[in-house]
Design a protein around this ligand. Structure first.
Ligand SMILES: *[C@@H]1O[C@H](CO)[C@@H](O)[C@H](O)[C@H]1NC(C)=O
Ligand SMILES: *[C@@H]1O[C@H](CO)[C@@H](O)[C@H](O)[C@H]1NC(C)=O
Ligand SMILES: *[C@@H]1O[C@H](CO)[C@@H](O)[C@H](O)[C@H]1NC(C)=O
Ligand SMILES: *[C@@H]1O[C@H](CO)[C@@H](O)[C@H](O)[C@H]1NC(C)=O
Ligand SMILES: *[C@@H]1O[C@H](CO)[C@@H](O)[C@H](O)[C@H]1NC(C)=O
Length: 527
């Protein structure tokens, strides 16, 4: 199964319906969602099977839990929350391992029940049962039948945390003794990646004692409004000639678009096939797509990935590869522009015109007005606008780097906040800034200090700078709260296969499994 990443999108998107991109982004200037990778189900156990003498239901069986709509007011009633579950490895006394894929329809993620993921590896080693729970407001787990701002009132980090608590305390699991394994009787382990990795940390902070242990992969624990550092792991790890040439082009773009020479401005837009784009910040911001392709490298490594093709287009000239300095502005402009006009534009936008594909100013577009459920991006952007930010924009002035992203897209000009207003019309009187201070105060962000919580991060993860391995933050790893950095990308370590193919991830898995083993030995039932 292909992950809903951008490379998969590029391969698929010949036709683009009303400029909605295949990864759920409403247009080419909407920041990508930090989804976690889908893992394969090796045995494709989508039929009942025998294991250790028991008949186990198919992995993809959907179960439903009556979840409270509003944890502050039970009179609002309940909604059906979907989950998946297996007990193939379970033995009495074993842990219950709960993971949520967070901001996605959870149906493609049932592989996380199995030993192709870290969740299943823990279950296999510790004789536990696994659960994949769909997060409220994603997929088919919705309190109300639409995603209007009125319904989204109940879409908050706190309600999601309260969901986990209410689920763990009240679910009757479809397994032997399935009502006798609540967190007071059995050790529960919470697992997540990316946003749901952060949710793992935030939940353990907010509900001490509920989960006995946690595994948080690429957890973006710190909410950051101006998240320009998203592009830092990319800049640091991409080929140096490529970053030199990208920086040369971006410097020219910013200078030209900030100036008054309309001939030069029009020429530059035309270079990338973006003449139809009305606003210059949208045109300059569109060039972020080539860098956003980096996020998909984890699942499409090696030559042939879109990011690699991009750097090859810039750096290989007449069969010759540029040295460290790159080829310089003139060649970079011509080759980057040619790459856009010849292949990239249509991969990204299909037949859509450039304004529909990259414009972020038109409130009448269906992408802003459609409030149907199962629209990941709409649900995710609500959390972005209100609680976490993570705006992937250009670096502030004065930062001593050569930017690879335009400064025309920034927090001061409300580039993302303006889109919040369009998306949730009549919700905000002015462009909103998320209350990240509250998020980081209530859920502790980088200041988390919790027993039995394992943080797993990736050096090349673009989300690294919001994790416990952010540069310059220097948080101490301890036996009780290990912080382990592999060579991986975003949430690579959730996959068992990655542990086999990358030694640093293999070592991380070993350490995590040892920690879980030791921590579970400390559990004593309170019932
Ligand atoms: C994974 O689990 C299956 C049972 O679902 C088992 O047959 C297989 O051997 C396990 N794989 C590994 C590597 O342990
Ligand atoms: C069922 O769960 C209870 C509470 O954890 C436990 O005491 C009992 O031994 C369990 N029974 C079986 C058959 O596993
Ligand atoms: C130059 O770019 C090419 C193509 O991306 C890359 O393979 C090579 O490693 C780069 N070399 C240097 C010195 O950056
Ligand atoms: C404006 O830009 C064009 C195209 O780059 C250039 O030829 C021209 O000299 C510029 N005009 C001025 C006044 O700088
Ligand atoms: C805005 O979007 C609507 C709906 O797609 C379209 O009819 C209209 O032409 C657009 N306006 C502009 C200025 O692009």
């Amino acid at each position: 199964m292909a992950p809903p990443g951008l490379v998969a999108l590029l391969a698929l998107s010949a036709s683009l319906v009303n400029a909605r991109l295949q990864d759920g982004r409403p247009h080419g200037n909407a920041p990508p969602i930090p989804v976690l990778p889908v893992v394969e189900v090796l045995d494709s156990r989508t039929e009942a099977f025998q294991f250790s003498g028991s008949s186990i239901p198919p992995y993809n069986t959907v179960y439903y839990f009556d979840q409270l709509i509003d944890h502050d007011d039970a009179s609002k009633g309940t909604f059906s929350q979907r989950y998946w579950h297996t007990w193939e490895f379970y033995q009495p006394g074993g842990p219950i391992i709960l993971m949520t894929p967070g901001e996605a329809n959870a149906a493609p993620y049932f592989g996380y029940l199995t030993n192709t993921s870290i969740t299943g590896l823990i279950a296999q080693q510790e004789h536990g049962a696994t659960i994949v729970l769909e997060h409220r407001f994603y997929g088919l787990s919705n309190p109300y039948p639409d995603l209007t701002p009125e319904s989204l009132k109940y879409h908050t980090i706190q309600q999601a945390i309260d969901d986990l608590e209410y689920f763990a305390n009240n679910v009757a699991l479809p397994m032997p003794n399935g009502t006798g394994v609540t967190p007071d009787k059995a050790p529960w382990i919470l697992v997540g990646g990316s946003y749901s990795g952060a949710l793992t940390s935030w939940t353990m902070v907010n509900k001490p004692g509920l989960f006995w242990a946690g595994y948080a992969s690429s957890a973006v624990v710190e909410a950051i409004t101006d998240f320009w550092t998203y592009f830092e792991p990319i800049r640091q790890n991409m080929p140096v000639n490529c970053s030199a040439d990208v920086a040369a082009v971006i410097a020219y773009v910013d200078e030209t678009f900030s100036g008054e020479n309309t001939t030069a401005i029009d020429e530059l837009k035309a270079t990338f096939g973006l003449s139809d784009v009305t606003h210059l910040d949208d045109a300059a911001g569109a060039l972020r797509n080539n860098l956003w392709d980096w996020q998909s490298l984890q699942t499409n490594s090696g030559p042939g990935t879109q990011f690699t093709k991009f750097c090859d287009a810039l750096e290989v000239k007449d069969g010759e590869v540029a040295g460290e300095e790159g080829w310089g502005l003139e060649n970079a402009l011509a080759s980057w522009g040619g790459y856009w006009r010849d292949t990239y534009y249509s991969l990204l936008c299909g037949d859509a015109n450039a304004e529909d594909c990259f414009g972020s100013y038109n409130a009448s577009q269906e992408i802003y007005t459609n409030t149907d459920i199962d629209n990941t991006w709409r649900s995710w952007f609500w959390i972005v606008c209100n609680e976490v930010g993570y705006y992937q924009d250009g670096p502030p002035l004065g930062v001593d780097i050569k930017p690879i992203v335009t400064r025309l897209v920034n927090v001061e000009t409300n580039y993302d906040a303006r889109q919040c207003q369009l998306m949730y019309q009549d919700t905000y009187a002015s462009p909103p800034l998320p209350d990240v201070e509250r998020t980081n105060t209530v859920y502790k962000g980088w200041d988390v200090s919790i027993e039995r919580l394992f943080f797993a991060n990736g050096l090349r993860d673009p989300w690294r700078e919001a994790t416990m391995n952010a540069e310059g933050v220097e948080i101490q790893s301890t036996d009780r709260q290990p912080i382990v950095l592999s060579d991986g990308f975003h949430c690579s370590d959730l996959s068992a296969a990655r542990g086999a193919s990358d030694a640093s991830i293999g070592a991380l898995h070993k350490q995590a499994l040892e920690s879980m083993h030791n921590w579970l030995a400390e559990f004593t039932s309170s019932a």
